[in-house]
Write a protein that binds this ligand. Structure first.
Ligand code: PEP
Ligand code: MG
Length: 588
């Protein structure tokens, strides 16, 4: 198609990875594999079992090789995706069921493996949980590789991309992308997909724009079509007109000059024009992120989400393994602070191993975070010992998630004392003055923050959860996402209550939910009195730039103004006007 002959068409999906790409389509629709439906020859059953075991081994070796390649090219985090594939290949239940089915039905082992794997995929795909549904994709991906090996056909994935292209696919699995040449992918568009899908993780890590959830875009496009991907707004434009290309070209130029301006300030302090310094820290999920957050100018780790060490592990990490991770971050960031949050499993974060919590009707209101730890004190104490030991080598602080009131905080501290006693008996070193804080993310904690402030050293407000519990809006339900309003007057008031309670007891308050990375909203929260911000690393430069170009006194005035308003939309508009007046003209 050429843009002069065919009109422009605009489609909307979910913005998954930022950026704009313009180029030709590479339609990636792998052809269906034909599964032979032949019976096993009499007496040939053992040979079939041998074939299965041999192909499992072969597949395992391929996956390990891929994992190594991906680790070298993209990093350990991306490579860890393949751990789930290796687990499937070692799953004796699946293997034994395949062999039993072959012996009982008399069909060949390829046919039976396909049938059994399909049953597993269906079972996972129908679970009402996004994380577990994604596990169905892991089984689908690795069983496809295994079936290719059984049938004897090579599995190329996206290795044969050739020229630079925008990949358009129904979905993209880690195996498909493993051999991809980084520079050859301009962008990624998929029919399927959610924010946690592998295609999205991959797109973000190789920093190409992506739009997912396009439903049936693969049916509308063919190889070589001209397309524009807008990963900021989640738009896909087929046959973009000259006008559109010009508009996007200008937009990209502006983005680039803005990035340059912003990045130039990254090493400067986060101080407002009238001299107020704010501590700007990063949220991390693993020790390997430290280098990256430093590049973005993080002045500490305001939230280490330790549950990610537990999520994809076949077994929970030992005290030593945890210690290694915490210690590495503490040393690398010293003397800057590292706030290590104890386990927040449950809600939408379920481990693969023991302590499954995904059978609850309302997991966000269930056995989550500190509640789970207080019921499993061995698990909790193991983590506390690891954190305490890491406190020797840096500025480590410890924080409990999902505290609902003083009783829970006291019980957690009691277990902390026991953990310290155990280390004392072993003569293991730790910082006896380690600071202990509470996340304020449940309304009951916010309402009783005056009591809690007397019992801990700092607060960190987790707005992701505080807003969902305060407004009764499930934070992962896309149908009510429009009702999730950080500028609701109830949110403003609640944050004010917490800040005032903390400051009366002379303890600092951080903000570590996603809104701490929104340059339009941040002035309101700083005007309320929040002392520290902790956000995803890539958001730090924009916040720093904004803060260096405003007066703290003006942010306070803005806060006074929005507290007089009764409507979330009006509050947002006022904050936006403030941003436009003080910041956006500087970068236009
Ligand atoms: C929060 O709830 O705001 C928070 C930072 O924690 P998480 O997103 O891990 O629940
Ligand atoms: Mg939370």
């Amino acid at each position: 198609m050429g843009s002069e002959v065919y009109p422009e068409q605009v489609f909307k999906g979910i913005a998954a990875s930022p950026g704009v790409a313009h180029g030709k389509v590479y339609l990636f629709v792998p052809k269906e594999l034909e599964i032979p439906d032949t019976p096993v020859e009499k007496g040939g059953e053992d040979d079939e079992v041998e074939l299965l075991e041999q192909k499992l081994m072969e597949t395992r070796q391929q996956v390990l090789k891929l994992q190594k390649e991906v680790a070298e090219r993209l990093g350990d985090d991306e490579a860890r995706i393949f751990d789930a594939h290796l687990l499937v290949l070692e799953d004796r239940a699946l293997i034994e069921e395949t062999i039993r089915e072959m012996r009982e039905s008399g069909r060949n082992i390829t046919f039976c493996f396909h049938a059994v794997a399909q049953r597993y995929i269906d079972a996972f795909a129908h679970i009402d949980d996004e994380y577990l549904r994604e596990r169905a994709n892991d089984i689908r991906d690795v069983s496809k590789r295994m079936l290719h090996n059984l049938v004897g056909e090579a599995h190329y994935g996206l290795a044969r991309l050739g020229a630079e292209r925008v990949i358009v696919a129904r979905d993209i699995s880690p195996s498909d992308t493993a051999n991809i040449e980084k520079g050859k992918v301009l962008g990624i568009i998929t029919d399927a997909g959610s924010k946690t899908s592998h295609a999205v993780i991959m797109a973000r890590s190789i920093q190409v724009p992506a739009v997912v959830g396009m439903r049936n875009i693969t049916k509308l496009l063919t190889n070589g079509d001209e397309i524009l991907v807008d990963g900021y707004d989640g738009q896909v434009i087929i046959n973009p007109s000259e006008k559109t290309l010009f508009r996007y070209g200008k937009f990209q130029e502006e983005k680039k000059s803005l990035e340059k301006k912003i990045l130039a300030q990254i090493r400067r302090s986060t101080t407002t024009r009238d001299g107020k310094t704010i501590s700007l820290m990063a949220n991390i999920e693993g020790a390997n992120e430290v280098e990256r957050i430093r590049q973005y100018g993080a002045e500490g780790v305001g939230l280490f989400r330790t549950e990610y060490l537990f999520l994809n592990a076949p077994e929970f990490p030992s005290e030593e393994e945890q210690f290694q991770a915490y210690d590495a971050v503490a040393r690398a960031m010293a003397p800057d602070p590292v706030i290590i949050r104890t386990l927040d499993l449950g809600g939408d974060k379920f481990p693969n191993s023991v302590y499954r919590t995904d059978t609850e009707t309302n997991p966000f209101l269930g056995l989550r975070a500190i509640r789970l730890c207080l019921e499993n004190t061995d698990l909790f104490k193991t983590q506390l010992r690891a954190i305490l030991r890491a406190s020797v080598h840096g500025n480590v602080k410890l924080m409990y998630p999902m505290i609902s009131g003083a009783g829970e905080l006291e019980r957690a501290n009691e277990i902390l004392r026991e953990a310290r006693g155990e280390l004392d008996r072993k003569k293991a070193a730790y910082n006896p003055d380690i600071k202990v804080g509470a996340m304020i993310e449940i309304p009951s904690a916010a309402v009783t923050s005056d009591i809690l402030a007397r019992k801990c050293d700092f607060f960190s407000i987790g707005t992701n959860d505080l807003i969902q519990y305060l407004l009764a809006i499930d934070r992962v339900n896309e149908r009510i996402a429009h009702l999730y309003e950080p500028t609701h007057p109830a949110v403003m008031r609640m944050i004010q209550t917490v800040v005032d309670a903390a400051h009366r007891e002379n303890i600092p308050v951080g903000l570590c939910g996603e809104i701490a990375g929104d340059p339009v909203l941040v002035p309101i929260f700083l005007g309320i009195g929040v002392d520290e911000l902790s956000i995803v690393a890539s958001g730090l430069p924009a916040i720093k730039y904004m803060l260096r170009n405003v007066d703290f006194a003006d942010m306070k005035k803005l806060t006074d103004e929005v507290f007089k308003l009764d409507d979330p939309k009006k509050i947002f508009a006022t904050a936006e006007a403030f941003y436009k007046k003080h910041v956006s003209h500087l970068i236009a």
